[in-house]
Design a protein around this ligand. Sequence first.
Ligand code: NAD
Length: 486
Amino acid sequence: MTSSYPSLALHVAGQWTDHTSGGSRPVVNPATAMELGLLPLAGLAELAAAAESAQRGYLAWRRVRPHERYVILRRAADLLRQRVDAVATVLTLEQGKPLSEARREVTLSADIIDFQAEEAKRLYGRAVAPRVEGILSHTVTRVPVGPVAAFTAWNFPVNLPSRKLGSALAAGCSVVIKPAEETPGSCMLLVQCFLDAGVPADAINLVCGDPAQVSSFLIGRPEIAKVSVTGSVAVGKLLGVQAAAHVKRFTGELGGHAPVIVCEDMCEGGAMDFVLRQAVAAKYRNAGQVCASPIRFYVPRAHLGTFSERFSAAAKALRLGPGMDAATQMGPLSHARRIEDMERFVDDAIGLGARLLTGGHRVERPGFFFEPTVFADAPASTRLMQQEPFGPMAVIQPYDTLEGAIGQANALPYALGAYAFTRDLHAAHQLGEGIEAGMVGINHFGVSQPELPFGGHKESGLGQEMGAEGLLHYTEIKTITVGTPF
Ligand code: NAD
């Protein structure tokens, strides 16, 4: 046990509890494989209590005026900033990313909550001119959708819940949040910030349990009006079907397989340095466990050799270690299953003829470490070219024409993040318009910003989070039309 790790509890019906009917499971430090704590799991009794509490919380919170919601949520963001050291430490202990990355995640989460809090004041409606005599007004307004069941992945244990809690609460909804069972501690501390800031205790329930049971039970409950999930495409589809069966609103922030097109004009001298510096940092951030992580690099055929060699050398030079060590550039993968999955990607790619340039192995030390891995010339039939590896793995492919590269970038059913590097204004427009993705970054990887909508096209998702759009997905349109009494 680690003293800086909290004792774990669920927040159900207005209070923290570790007396639950669903048993418990250990939470493990991925840098050491040692247990950090025991997570109590919700059984059906706690899940029902959470849904009922969310309904009470909704009825209370939706009556709070938008300006007051803004004040409370801004206060929550400030508390999160004040507690950055404690929250980031817990995040790194349970998830593995370097402490500096964890700190950035926490402060960015505070900025996301701030932005959504501000947007609470801007939920505008409109007045429509009546077309016939005898009608006084038509008003089109936005109202909160109701209690939300929210499910989040383990790769950004504070950021992902912040997006959902920030937007849903700003809109006037209550939330039952289920963080990933691997990383509940930092989400607990986040929820405490909202409670300390003045969000009614019933407006936020935090549950963990058997994910399939929790999701199907909550989605089927009459109190729950909306489902929001950040996770894999497979789970997104499953929960989307369940939500549709009850005609419940659904937002899915799902997996990606981000392409990067490097244009000819960025392959010489300093320009290639500029691309490589950003590309390697973006690829191995959070050990590649990022939905918008660059995966497929498309490089002009004549430059494939140089680009691949330099990319692989930079990847190989990264310092691996526990996230709590200041010198660490890449931490462990989040759990043991990720290592096994990486090995399956590697075996499949080598078996089908891809060239392994560096890495490809687990690191023999305690914890779940895997080498930064780079492939080149992977056939389209490899798993790596078809499925999100969600780990420290890149593949470098040649292209002959820009149109061809855009075609390859668009070949998969996923379309979340995509990137391109060029100095040519015409090419920048061609790439921005031609690449199918929810977010296209030209000459940088920073597509995830509190002010910008974040979401995928095709199978990568439905709806957006953050930006002005984030809040709207937690509202419904309501029309009120008033006629003269007689
Ligand atoms: P996952 O799909 O296994 O789980 C996501 C969440 O859904 C977890 O809380 C999980 O417990 C829960 N869940 C609910 N019902 C479930 C069920 N029936 N079976 C399994 N889980 C269920 O995803 P993960 O492994 O936690 O996260 C990795 C995935 O998340 C990647 O595909 C990544 O690209 C994606 N992701 C997307 C975004 C985005 O914003 N688009 C951000 C981060 C991660």
